[in-house]
Write a new protein. Structure first.
Length: 388
């Protein structure tokens, strides 16, 4: 994305440096690459600090400077947490970024603590608001209260904002005491509507597509239960699952459970899929019965491919699956209601076609990566222009 507006120069005359802090390299590539490309095109020198698994080479091929580091996910690990903060502090000393973009809650907290006392602008992407904000266990409520106090302290600093993806998350952060003027809403990280294009429905039985980590919070167990109900009634509806368990997440299903699903009639488990178009080329309907989302990329990609959607009436999902326009909504955690709605849509190809065409228009008009990239770069500029 070309950009002609001049960015402020550093004191040494160089271009401004932007540092992305994200816990996993695959998440940066799947969810933040359009933003990073937009920043690079606007003139930023882009750096990425992340845990490197298989995505390091892909990040470097983009021309971004990679800073491998370790994050401890899924458990309370004080020593590992302190080590991550120290590593991030060393990265800041070494490259002296002008602006840092923290991706998701853990990176926001650890990255913000690492920047204390440093004159750097901060974008804190509070996305998804996962287990601690979904679960109602006593432990989750205690963690949620502590996180709220910490976020208020970390966000309420000069040239710092919380970035959210939907109005519900904005209201939640305001409810935690974060000032409205410190919260910016940009809907997602964008979807490549040039690469992901509408495709005809595949032949054969109606197939449901689920794309995402295999987490209880994503509704995968509810979907499998709904599929069993439909098959038990004689519905020849297939289920295509693309994704893997996430052992670091307490809501993850086990590898053994996922393998057992793959042995059930009408279920195909693909595991990790790099080219998501191969999923939507085989599926008629995108399904995401999640308990809460920031803005679900799987539904955005399905929309770009012209697929109708069935999702839960929860934050994030209802921004994409708009009732009776692009898809249908159901209450969370209800396999019976989910099965009923899926069967209705499976039996009405004209409705699927209408929803799919509207979903494509929505992807083009509201969620295209170019537009999202421009909005993010403008936010970067605004923060850099504010006094420190």
């Amino acid at each position: 994305m070309a950009d002609t507006v001049q960015l402020p120069r550093r004191a040494d005359g160089g271009v401004p440096r932007l540092l992305f802090v994200v816990t996993e390299d695959w998440f940066f590539l799947s969810h933040r690459l359009p933003m990073a490309r937009a920043a690079r095109a606007a003139g930023f020198e882009v750096h990425v600090a992340t845990n490197v698994a298989d995505g390091g080479a892909a990040i470097e091929r983009e021309g971004f400077a990679l800073h491998p580091m370790r994050f401890a996910r899924g458990r309370l690990a004080p020593l590992a947490t302190l080590a991550s903060i120290r590593e991030l502090h060393r990265v800041h000393r070494r490259i002296a970024p002008d602006l840092v973009h923290h991706v998701a809650l853990q990176a926001t907290i650890l990255g913000s603590l690492a920047t204390l006392g440093r004159p750097v602008a901060r974008v804190n992407a509070i996305t998804g608001l996962g287990y601690a904000f979904i679960s109602e266990t006593r432990k989750a409520r205690i963690v949620r209260a502590a996180l709220g106090r910490l976020l208020r302290f970390l966000v309420a600093r000069p040239r710092s904002v919380a970035l959210v993806q939907n109005p519900d998350d904005r209201a939640l952060l305001q409810g935690l005491g974060i000032a409205a003027e410190r919260i910016v809403l940009i809907p997602g990280s964008g979807v490549d509507v040039d690469r992901l294009v509408p495709m005809p429905e595949p032949p054969g039985p109606v197939t449901l597509g689920f794309v995402g980590r295999l987490l209880d919070d994503k509704g995968i167990r509810v979907l499998v239960a709904a599929h069993r109900l439909m098959r038990a009634k004689g519905s020849a509806i297939d289920l295509l699952i693309a994704g893997t368990p996430d052992p670091a997440n307490p809501a993850s299903v086990s590898q053994r459970e996922a393998e057992a699903w793959a042995r059930e009639p009408g279920v195909t488990w693909l595991g990790y899929v790099q080219d998501i178009t191969t999923v939507w080329a085989r599926a008629h309907i995108a399904v995401l019965p999640s308990r809460r989302e920031g803005l679900p990329k799987s539904l955005l990609e399905a929309a770009a491919c012209g697929r109708p959607m069935v999702a839960t009436d929860v934050p994030g999902c209802r921004e994409v699956a708009i009732p009776w326009q692009t898809g249908l909504l159901v209450p969370p955690d209800g396999p019976g209601a989910l099965a009923t709605v899926i069967e209705m849509l499976a039996e009405t190809p004209d409705l699927r076609a209408r929803f799919g065409a509207a979903a494509r228009r929505l992807a083009e008009e509201r969620f295209a990566s170019d537009a999202i990239g421009r909005a993010v770069v403008e936010l970067y500029r605004r923060l850099l222009a504010e006094p420190s």
